[in-house]
Design a protein around this ligand. Structure first.
Ligand SMILES: Cc1cc2nc3c(=O)[nH]c(=O)nc-3n(C[C@H](O)[C@H](O)[C@H](O)COP(=O)(O)OP(=O)(O)OC[C@H]3O[C@@H](n4cnc5c(N)ncnc54)[C@H](O)[C@@H]3O)c2cc1C
Length: 380
């Protein structure tokens, strides 16, 4: 490409916004099409830990390290594990770890504020992308049609862009998470249960998660193994119907843990889906994907957002390399390859945690991680 390409990014999640920022700092304007009507239209989900070689590397490349450090919460990296009786099996404060947490809303705000106004077109759900005879692509937002040299699908799990490159579809992973919200002042019991970071309570095919967020909030998840049809039916129930069903699923659990389900604000029902591990796609000049659109996986590895941010760094480099599409093609292969161990870890983590032998395998995982961290500390 000798002239600066006109770039459309479909999706204003972490991956799409990071790509727009990285292009902007190198003097290339992109248009981000986002179907949300505004930045706060829907809850963005819980806290995310950014890893050094992926998420943190991206913030540095974007020139947003200070903004990240101002919002990051290194003090919230602790882990606790309970069994279904409410017995605390593992407790580690994790304060010295290198995976600081940041609220998803804060991350989105930092990225949005780093872009020139007008970069993100809100309320612009893309309905179709069509190839033109000259090799460019039309982006159709339901009436308004614009033409771009490059279209990047950062449009998440159900990506429309992906469907032009691959026949793969996300498959249901067998587990659904009901998302809960707490204000720590109103729920001091939940506050002390969670500790300084994240708690898991694991029982036979069930899991409760409590995750400390910024500004006195805690995000919870009640995970249950159920069929996709049951998950869809659960999602259609009114809030109190969802609560009653989830409480029924956790019958016999300790009252201290059931408080999470009884008193949390019910925010969403999230069935977990994943693309096939090793998903790759046929390269098609002018059209590509990143983040969940490329390698959706369950959140049990804590890698999804980190990979989306790292993909954006690599794709920005490839798009601006001056080598044309072969550089993007190499980047696509690298993105797909890098996601494989994370996707394997996420699938194994989900299957091991929400299982009949759940708590023992999670305890073993935490104990081995302590060993790894001790070795890492000793070698620093
Ligand atoms: C319950 C849960 C917990 C998670 N916890 C973690 C965690 O702790 N750590 C972690 O690393 N990851 C976690 N993840 C995964 C993480 O959320 C994703 O991997 C990450 O958000 C992917 O970023 P993305 O930019 O690729 O896609 P998304 O964040 O999905 O963003 C896609 C954007 O595209 C927009 N969009 C979609 N279709 C269109 C369209 N047709 N037109 C216009 N806009 C469109 C959407 O509105 C959205 O804003 C979790 C996921 C879930 C479900």
């Amino acid at each position: 490409m000798t002239t600066i390409p006109r770039i459309a990014i479909i999706g204003g999640g972490p991956g799409g916004l990071m790509l727009a920022r990285l292009l902007h700092v190198r003097g290339v304007a992109a248009t981000v099409f986002e179907r949300d009507v505004h930045a706060d239209e829907r809850p963005q989900g819980g806290s995310l830990d950014l890893h050094a070689d992926t998420g943190q590397r991206a913030m540095l490349a974007a020139g947003l390290e200070c903004e990240f450090l101002a919002e990051a919460r290194p003090e919230d990296q602790g882990d606790r594990l309970y069994d279904a009786d409410g017995t605390l099996l593992f407790d580690r404060d994790g304060a010295g770890d290198d995976r600081p947490e940041i609220d998803r809303t804060a991350l989105r705000r930092i990225l949005l504020q780093s872009l020139p106004s007008g970069t993100v077109r809100w309320a612009s759900g893309v309905e179709a992308i069509r190839p033109c005879a000259d090799g460019r692509y039309e982006v159709d937002t339901g009436g308004l049609v614009e033409t771009f040299d490059v279209v990047v699908g950062a449009d998440g799990a159900w990506s429309r862009v992906r469907s032009l490159l691959s026949t793969a579809r996300p498959a249901y992973e067998g587990v659904t998470m009901v998302e809960l919200g707490f204000d720590t002042q109103r729920h001091p019991d939940v506050d002390s249960l969670v500790g300084s970071g994240k708690m898991f309570a694991v029982g036979d095919n069930h899991i409760l998660v409590g995750q400390r967020n910024g500004h006195g909030h805690i995000r919870g998840y009640a995970g249950v193994r159920m069929s996709e049809t049951a998950a869809q039916a659960l999602g259609r129930l009114p809030t109190e119907g969802i609560r009653a069903e989830v409480l029924r699923a956790f019958t016999g659990w300790a009252p201290s843990l059931l408080g999470l389900i009884e008193r949390g604000d019910i925010l969403a029902v999230r069935p977990l889906y994943a693309l096939p591990i090793g998903h790759h796609w046929t390269t098609r000049p002018g059209l590509t994907i990143l983040g969940d659109a490329a390698h959706l996986m369950s959140p049990f590895g804590g890698e999804g957002v980190n990979l989306a941010l790292a993909d954006a760094v690599d794709l920005a480099d490839a798009l601006l390399s001056g080598e044309g599409w072969p550089a993007v093609e190499r980047c696509e292969a690298a993105i797909a390859e890098r996601a494989i161990p994370a996707a394997e870890g996420a699938a194994e983590g989900l299957q091991a945690t929400v299982s009949t032998g759940g708590v023992a395998s999670v305890l073993e995982h935490y104990q081995s991680r302590v060993g790894d961290l001790a070795a890492w500390e000793a070698n620093r």
